[in-house]
Design a protein around this ligand. Structure first.
Ligand code: HEM
Length: 272
């Protein structure tokens, strides 16, 4: 990427961190700074607005339910391209921000080959070469890049349909709808992966931090890079400490239970 884009991104990050804070507690790592989080949620808001207003004008059945949210059919039709434009603009900034960590590598190709193991949760730990983003996250990002471009080009052709040949407009309707359906599928998987599938992930986009345990479990190469430590060794140490703590608690519980039993067995003092 050009250095002027990198310089812009650096400045934007610095500016955003002057207005918002990320508190990293003990045992946590910084995952997403303020700038990334603000962009992510702006993209998400305008994506959902575009999706709802788009499906409202796409399907006669959904029209009845969704258009009242935007003040009726004509306003929904009017607002939809503007929501889409805002989505594309904010995602463009996120693209500049994430371009480098989203570069496709040999580790991502290996990750894709193990997709079945990932989806069936056969392995608790990700392979040691999984960095800041895994292959699935990168695929989602690049699918948004392609869909975002398609939305923009086909959206403009449909918006200014009087100025372009009819065949282009007809093809735009089909491509726009296909991109929307692909994005809907990706969005559903993304919400599941970012919340229920992997506890501790959602916090990355709210507080901006993740626990070290989360990092060495899901992104071991990133954990090694930012801490300079061995993720497996740290996992083993944490596990040993936890087992020791559990053993100490159990011993304390059983010794106080024995003390209670001994007190119960002691003869009662004679009644006065
Ligand atoms: C509204 C519900 C959403 C939730 C709960 C959510 C949650 C998250 C979380 C927790 C992350 C951080 C993952 C990590 O650090 O490993 C993330 C990243 C990301 N989000 Fe979202 N997100 C939502 C909506 C969206 C939307 C609408 C888009 C774009 C259309 C989007 C695009 C991305 C991308 C490209 C990433 C980085 C790659 C990835 O983690 O998949 N998100 N999201």
């Amino acid at each position: 990427m050009s250095t002027s884009a990198e310089r812009f991104d650096e400045r934007a990050r610095r500016e955003a961190s002057r207005h918002g804070r990320t508190v990293v507690h003990r045992g946590e790592l910084l995952r997403h700074p303020v700038y990334t989080r603000v962009l992510h949620w702006l993209v998400a808001i305008f994506f959902v607005l575009s999706l709802l207003s788009g499906f409202a004008v796409y399907s006669p059945w959904l029209f009845r339910w969704l258009t009242p949210l935007f003040g009726g059919g004509p306003t929904t039709r009017l607002l939809h391209p503007w929501f889409g434009l805002a989505f594309d603009i904010f995602f463009f900034f996120q693209f500049l921000n994430w371009f480098a960590p989203m570069a496709w590598t040999a580790a991502d190709r290996r990750w894709l080959r193990r997709l079945k193991e990932y989806t069936t949760n056969r392995e608790k730990f990700e392979p040691e070469d999984v960095g800041f983003f895994n292959g699935g996250q990168k695929l989602y990002f690049w699918a948004i890049v392609v869909s975002g471009l398609l939305f923009l080009v086909t959206g403009l052709l449909m918006w200014f349909d009087n100025a372009v040949p009819r065949a282009w407009v007809a093809a735009s309707y089909v491509l726009h709808d296909i991109a929307a359906l692909v994005m809907l599928g990706g969005f559903i998987i993304h919400i599941y992966e970012g919340t229920a599938a992997q506890p501790g992930t959602f916090q990355a986009m709210t507080d901006g931090t993740v626990s070290k345990e989360w990092a060495w479990t899901h992104h071991p190469a990133w954990y090694a890079e930012v801490t300079g430590r061995d993720p497996r060794a740290d996992y083993e140490r944490a596990r040993r400490q936890q087992l020791e703590q559990e053993r100490a608690i159990n011993m304390e519980r059983s010794s106080s239970a024995r003390a209670d039993e001994a007190a119960d067995e002691r003869p009662l003092p004679p009644a006065p």
